[in-house]
Design a protein around this ligand. Sequence first.
Ligand code: SF4
Length: 703
Amino acid sequence: MQNEHHTSYKTTCSYCGVGCGMTVKKDRKDNLVLEGDKEHPVNRGMLCSKGMNLQYAMGDLSDRLLYPEMRRSKSHPLERVSWDVAMQRAAAVFASLIKTYGPDSVGFYVSGQCLTEEYYVANKLVKGFLGTNNIDTNSRLCMSSAVAAYTNMLGEDAVPVSYEDIELADCFLIAGANPAWCHPILFRRIEAHKQNNPDVKLIIVDPRKTQTVANADLHLQLLPGTDIYLYNAIARVLIENGDVDYTFIQQHTEAFEDYRASVFQYTVAEAAKHCEVAESDIRLAASYIAASKGFLTLWAMGLNQSVIGVKKNFSLISLNLITGHIGKPGSGPFSLTGQPNAMGGREVGGLATMLAAHRSIANPKHREEVATFWGVNSISDKPGYTATQMIEALERGDLKAVWIICTNPMVSLPDLKRAEAAMKNARFVVVQDISRRSDTLQFADLILPAAGHFEKEGTMTNSERRISHLSKIVAPPGEARADAEILCRFAKAMGFAGFDYASPAEIFAEHTRLTKGTNIDISGLTYDRLKAEGTVQWPVPSPGHKGTSRLFTDHTFYTTSGKAKFFPLGAPENLSEPVTEDYPLILTTGRIRDQWHTMTKTGKVNRLRQHIDKPFLEIHPYDATARNIRNGDPVVIRNARGETRVCARITDEIKQGVVFLPMHWGRNMTNDLARANNVTSSLVDPISKEPDFKFSAVAVEAY
Ligand code: SF4
């Protein structure tokens, strides 16, 4: 849209998975003014503090990488080079390593902030042409436990619900999430719905009394790691009281009896003791669920980032299955996606164990379908290294080159001292990013400047399967290029055919063709349609199809039998590292309201820094007094892996015995010692390989 003063564009916020629509106006001098898109079905004009300040984060070019830089050897400094030289060097190193050590000696680590087209090209390049499945995404750190649970229970990584279910639900169970701060616009919709309908019940499960708890009817302040006890105990009460949907269970699920037996292994009183919550509160939660006509479970990292993350997901989703609250208005399990395009990445097979359109590397037919589509002989049947497995492979020397795109693992990975030592072991590190603020740059042998948000065209998918088109609004600065363009250029330098795309629209069209006939079929979508009609929820299997707001409405699931599957949970023991006399406190990490990930964007915006401008340790008054710590005192959080130094914030809003650190701060905002991940555990869930960020044993003392 254009008038004589400005041009107006539609786009989507680059931060969380809520996926708020924006209208951006650009004047003749490329000044941008943005506001929430009033016609957008997600946010209806609203934006949170991060979204409404996005133009300042992107408009400040002071930290932008503007040209490729390369070091000739580890002992040489980085120096500016042309794109041709950069691409030739990358191709020469990768070709040589693959020839000498095999394709599994190289790997790519990408991001839930990549656009779908970038994700698609990266996966095609690595899995189809480099001949390895060593490409993983930082969504491994946040969503992979939910992915594994959906896949096992429902047959595929398919989020069944839609945001419109919020206004149709009358009971919400929000577990291990603080949407008031981390998914604010979605939570505003829940708040507004509750305000208009006071009988709507809000149950929050969290060891911290977060902002989300302010409007809760019930806060279950459980001990970290005891979630399975809690959801199984709620299930037991529902079963004992006859508040389950046996018709649904019999007709549309399997393995209920095994699940039921595991739930009855211990009493509600025993579970309450393990969780450190009142038995009466467990029964109250069950009564709210039993009385509801629409029951939504929502969760985020508190469940996923756990050594038993998949089982925690199983136990929570089971509450929807036993009550038949799935595939119905206002009902279903709803994992809250942290990043803006984690979902799009999962669609193109962005995880090291997946292929495009929810196909699996383990399935020979799926591998053959994708190989034929890409015109390559075969796809390796060996699962690729996951995020933390890449670190282990670097340590061992098996992985020799790693290419990191749009993510800052040297702040966000667990057990950072170990990760740093592993990175030093790499023979060749490529970092493709927009910002000099990335801590990961210190390890780069080759730096490639990427285009940022507003500077490239593509698509993203939000938490409710809604695909949106993002316009290119301004040109990237200097010699920065769109990520997909950089990857295609590298592919051509390697001599690979099939990367001659004239535009992102062509990449998207190829991606949609590969989904045809699958459960996430979007072959009915084109850029022209998205631009003309706005956002659409998958599946969209034909041009006339309107998109799909809710899945499984006929209660046929994507499993082989068509039935949803229960999993017996066994003894719900916590497999996290034990607290000990030396390390007696449980550390949990998370986000604050106005910062995003490792602060390379939000850390530049004054208004956002004003909310909380320094890292801190949240500690209960009892634990602080026992250590002679006063509010504001500098403290050291320590264990065998390392230490973190911040100031104490004493509050009874955190459970006694538990401490909390925000995950955002790294060297570029303060120093290495402020990083929460200096002390986090590198244990991972055995199925999802998602790290145990929510449970590390630490000691805390004043210094
Ligand atoms: Fe952006 Fe999420 Fe805020 Fe919406 S809620 S404006 S998507 S950060």
